[in-house]
Design a protein around this ligand. Structure first.
Ligand code: AVJ
Length: 346
């Protein structure tokens, strides 16, 4: 049996409605080895948060979302359920393009709204690094929406958006989960400006962002009582042990997450509990850590309505609508280009 046949059999009734495209990176992406040499071997030590998400880390992240303390996911989900019709009525999309779509769990609210609005020609373009996840999520959505066509995009959206297809018609870009908060301010502006550069005058962006709130609520969300966030953070050391033949002792580190109110961000660290030396078999390097020395593993910035407007403005975008729950815990912003560019004809 050839590969094509296997694929259509696996997809069953969804056959013909799902395509997968590889998006080539627009710039070089540093390897884990380069990130370790750059960020970890010299103080102040840090690593990019993307390495959390191996198979185990992705399961742990899903479990974080189920903890009573971690409010962002369920808050955004409920908010999206409420405002999806308004967003779709405004955007009237022919294409929904989602960056970092993961399991596309929250997106179903948008596609339900697309269906209610009678826009059944609308295509969904989920963009993620993980192809098996794209296929699994795709099958679920195709079963839910018999009219839907999915063009899955496999690649790293941080490596540039130049490789994105530009289908004809109105495009609604979607960037949820407050992932924008994991970027430093300059990186966040550059990323959104890059997205704006992909947009025409009839396109729009739906952006999810977590908000500044009582620090005790924020700190609890990153220090859940069941210790799942701690496991998620420590799992990064397992990734390093496996990928670079390192010999981190997970028991010699502790999880720490604190809110810095002047920078308006949660900082997540792994703190060395003793003087120790860690070897990297594959790098021929040693990492000497003192007791209480921290490794910054993630920042998670929190926004105000004002700081979000500023961020959008700096990227050349303007809010059409700002959706938030009554407690102001989270924002979904529907934005368009600030100056509609007439190079893209209507
Ligand atoms: C969903 C990636 C934005 O920063 O809140 C959850 C990741 N880290 N708990 C966040 C995360 C620790 C999360 N993001």
């Amino acid at each position: 049996m050839d590969r094509l046949q296997q694929t259509s059999l696996a997809l069953g009734p969804a056959s013909g409605r799902f395509d997968c495209h590889v998006v080539e990176p627009g710039r070089a992406v540093p390897s884990l080895e380069e990130d370790v040499r750059e960020g970890l071997l010299f103080a102040p030590r840090s690593l990019p948060p993307k390495y959390f998400y191996d198979a185990r880390g992705s399961v742990l992240f899903d479990r974080i979302c189920e903890t009573p303390e971690y409010y962002p996911t369920r808050t955004e989900d409920a908010l999206l359920a409420r405002c999806a019709d308004a967003v779709i009525a405004e955007a009237r999309p022919d294409h929904v393009i989602e960056l970092g779509s993961g399991a596309s769990r929250k997106t179903r609210h948008l596609l339900d709204a697309v269906e209610r609005a009678g826009l059944r020609h609308c295509r969904y373009w989920p963009f993620d690094v993980c192809e098996p996840m794209l296929r699994e999520a795709g099958e679920r959505l195709l079963a839910r929406h018999p009219w839907l066509r999915i063009d899955a995009l496999v690649g790293d959206y941080l490596a540039g958006l130049d490789g994105l297809p530009r289908p004809e018609g109105r495009r609604l870009f979607v960037f949820l989960g407050s992932t924008i908060g994991n970027f430093e301010p300059q990186q966040a502006r550059d990323f959104l400006a890059g997205l704006a550069a992909c947009m025409g005058g009839r396109d729009s962006l739906l952006l999810g962002a977590d908000r500044v709130k009582d620090p005790s609520v924020l700190e609890a969300a990153y220090n859940d009582a069941a210790g799942i966030t701690a496991d998620f953070n420590l799992n990064l050391l397992r990734v390093l042990n496996r990928e670079l033949a390192a010999d981190f002792e997970l028991g010699a580190f502790r999880h720490r997450a604190v809110y810095d109110s002047s920078l308006q961000r949660i900082e997540m660290h792994l703190v060395s509990t003793c003087d120790q030396v860690v070897k990297f078999g594959h790098l021929g390097e040693r990492l000497r850590l003192e007791a209480e020395e921290p490794i910054l593993t993630e920042i998670s910035r929190k926004f105000t309505r004002g700081s979000l407007d500023q961020l959008l403005h700096d990227a050349g975008l303007t809010a059409l609508a700002h959706h938030e729950p009554e407690n102001g815990y989270f924002s979904l912003i529907h934005a368009q280009l600030s100056r509609v560019c007439h190079k893209h004809p209507l």
